[in-house]
Design a protein around this ligand. Sequence first.
Ligand code: DX5
Ligand code: ZN
Length: 215
Amino acid sequence: MIKIAPSILSADFANLERDIRRIDAADYVHVDVMDGVFVPNISIGIPVVKAIRPTTKLPLDVHLMITQPVRYVEQFCGAGADLVTVHVEADTEENIHAAIDKIHDKGKRAGVVLKPKTPAEAALPFLEKVELILVMTVEPGFGGQKFMEDMMPKVAALRRLIDERNPSCELEVDGGVAPDTCQTCIDAGANVLVAGSAVYKAEDIPARIAELRGA
Ligand code: DX5
Ligand code: ZN
């Protein structure tokens, strides 16, 4: 079954509780954290994760677009994140391992994220120990960008590796996922789709979430 993770980056921040309730039919709440250094934008942080935690029963999928995430993963777990993903480009391999270990020590799920120019092989050192791999289908930093269809071979390669080496690991895509691109992602082997603008711009959000699950 395909899971949908609406990104609250496209929600109305003045009405976050209302907009999180609007995605009750989804599977995860995707929370985009940006530090203005790893990506050229600043979004939300630990106090907001803590504030939204009691507003939903859905797991919080916290996507850290920050440098040296090992410095902050424990605080995000403490604030209520259920799944924390860190970019492989954001620190040394050793420190990414340390970040994953800290997330696990907090009893939470951990994942690694690959930017568009980062090859599938960059996930290999972490493949057997993570619960999720996230493939960016836009350059991280902003919602509402055009879907990069040329990421699909990378998704397919990771699907094969996951099936061989860690079959329970989830494979997520993030960026430009909409009714016209969701099936391509599913066909390539993704099982979790992040969607920001495609969900929050919809007239009927539950219907849009159902549509994004594919045919
Ligand atoms: C981009 C974020 C995405 C973004 C997706 O840096 O990681 O989660 O909010 O937004 P859409 O679905 O509008 O491309
Ligand atoms: Zn994201």
